[in-house]
Design a protein around this ligand. Structure first.
Ligand code: UD1
Ligand code: MG
Length: 455
């Protein structure tokens, strides 16, 4: 049963009032269209084609990254006209599934159910029941309950407007029949458009069976037309993510205050405080505790680690029983071994911090190789950049660096070395010795503080 999928995405989305095409607006960190593409790919079809029009230049790079065919619809003359543009793509398949680029949350299981009802020669429609069906095409049935046509809001009379079963827009059609019948569509309707929905009446006339699957969850078939609808779907999606996390053994201080914009893999007995944002691919192991207002992107957090409030972790690996924050910033390439500690107002980047090592306060550690059980005093800076190139700092096991020191890279502090407070280290420090840059302390007797001049 070969399947082609056509995603309609040429519309303007004028109600978004945006220079970005509607389908490129993100939901949970991913373009609306990308949600649809991912779901479509889940069905392993023979081909996927996206019908592009408005803002195509912004859409094509996304299609390239997914190796998906685009077809152009320079003028948007209706959903039927959009499908006509994709004819060559679905010509040699058996059935065609039509999806909308602005309906992001349809589940794979729902589409599978739609595809498996009826047979490949029937026309299948995903419908839903709405309390307020305004704006949608109505599913019109005869007194036997069989679908006879879909009537658009603008073409409907009073009785039809009262129908609450609506067309989601998602449809499966036999490919060969579709190809022959598209030519019969006319634009003789209230909007002067070629409606794909008119295929239903044509199918009835041709004696095709019409099957419907009614989707209980309105969010799965909800389209985004306004920023309000986008925000509502985002909240719905986040609520689903929160539910899944809790079902998997994660405690959330407030399920309405977590945002997962990507994929979060969790162990059990994890506690997440409020306003945590997860981006990209994040893994959090058992017994991790994360405080309020943390942002974690593309990182792995090991068992039992504690991340205190207002910390940011990006593209980093955190070992087991590590303590981070509050107000820590782990930039890409940070690797913290087990039992390490990164305290407040510490920034790290491209740094390996060894087991049990501590960078407790107000430091910048970049391009650094650090051994075990190192203690970095407050205000220590690795001066990794000479204005043109980046250089590495190497710190051996059991090193102690006094507060307010600058390590001017490239430089090595050998194992067991102690660096005196306030040192500017420009040459390597030998092992097991005290190295410091001495500045002589002096006292000026009888010196008076300046006083404010009276005006
Ligand atoms: C359409 C359906 C309606 C259904 C509703 C569900 C038709 C005629 N009507 O109405 O029955 O209840 O969706 O949301 O099909 N598009 C193109 N090219 C075009 C026109 C549209 O690519 O020329 C795309 C849009 O970008 C959008 C989708 O098709 O992704 C639907 O178009 P839209 O104008 O929103 O259709 P509706 O009037 O909402
Ligand atoms: Mg619409």
């Amino acid at each position: 049963m070969s399947l082609s999928i056509i995603i309609l995405a040429a519309g303007k989305g004028s109600r978004m009032k945006s220079a970005i095409p509607k389908i490129m607006h993100p939901l949970a960190g991913k373009a609306l269209l990308e949600h649809v593409i991912d779901t479509a790919q889940g069905l392993a079809p023979q081909s996927i084609a996206v019908v592009c029009g408005n803002g195509a230049e912004q859409v094509l790079p996304l299609l390239d990254t997914h190796a998906i065919t685009s077809v152009m619809q320079p003028e948007q003359l209706g959903t039927g006209h959009a499908v006509m543009q994709a004819e060559s793509v679905f010509a040699d398949s058996e059935q065609v599934l039509v999806l909308y680029g602005d309906v992001p949350l349809t589940q794979l299981t729902t589409l599978t159910a739609l595809l498996s009802c009826g047979n490949t020669q029937s026309l299948r429609i995903l419908t839903t029941q709405l309390d307020d069906p305004t704006g949608y095409g109505r599913i019109v049935r005869n007194d036997k309950g069989n679908v006879v046509c879909i009537t658009e809001q603008k073409d409907a009379d009073e009785a039809t407007l009262a129908i609450q079963e609506v067309n989601s827009g998602i449809m499966v059609l036999p490919a060969k029949w579709l190809k022959q019948s598209l030519a019969k569509l006319s634009n003789n309707n209230a909007q002067g458009e070629y409606y794909l929905t008119d295929m239903v009446a044509l199918a009835v006339a041709d004696g095709l069976a019409i099957n419907t699957v009614c989707c209980d969850d309105n969010a799965e078939v909800a389209g985004v037309n306004t920023r309000q609808q986008l925000a509502a779907l985002e909240r719905h999606y986040q609520q689903l993510q929160a539910n899944t996390l809790m079902e998997n053994g994660v405690t959330l201080a407030d399920p309405s205050r977590i945002d997962v914009r990507g994929t979060l893999v969790t162990g059990t007995d994890i506690t997440l405080d409020i306003n945590i944002i997860i981006e990209g691919n994040v893994t959090i192991a058992d017994n991790v505790r994360i405080g309020a207002n943390c942002i974690i992107k593309d990182s792995i957090i090991g068992k039992g680690s504690i991340i205190l409030p207002n910390s940011m972790i990006d593209s980093s690996q955190v070992g087991e029983n590590v303590n981070i924050g509050p107000f820590a910033r782990l930039r890409p390439g940070t690797v913290l071994a087990d039992n390490a500690k990164i305290g407040n107002f510490v920034e790290t980047k491209n740094a390996n911090i060894g087991e049990g090592s501590k960078v407790n306060h107000l430091s910048y550690i970049g391009d650094t190789e650090m051994g075990k059980n190192v203690n970095i005093g407050a205000g220590t800076i690795t001066c990794n950049y000479d204005g043109a190139n980046k250089h590495r700092t190497t710190i051996g096991d059991n090193v102690f660096i006094g507060s307010d020191s600058q390590l001017v890279a490239p430089v090595t502090v050998a194992a067991g070395a102690t660096i005196g407070a306030g040192t500017t280290l420009r040459k390597d420090a030998p092992e097991l010795a005290l190295t410091l840059t001495k500045s002589v302390q002096k006292t000026i007797e009888g010196w008076a503080r300046p006083t404010k001049i009276k005006k």
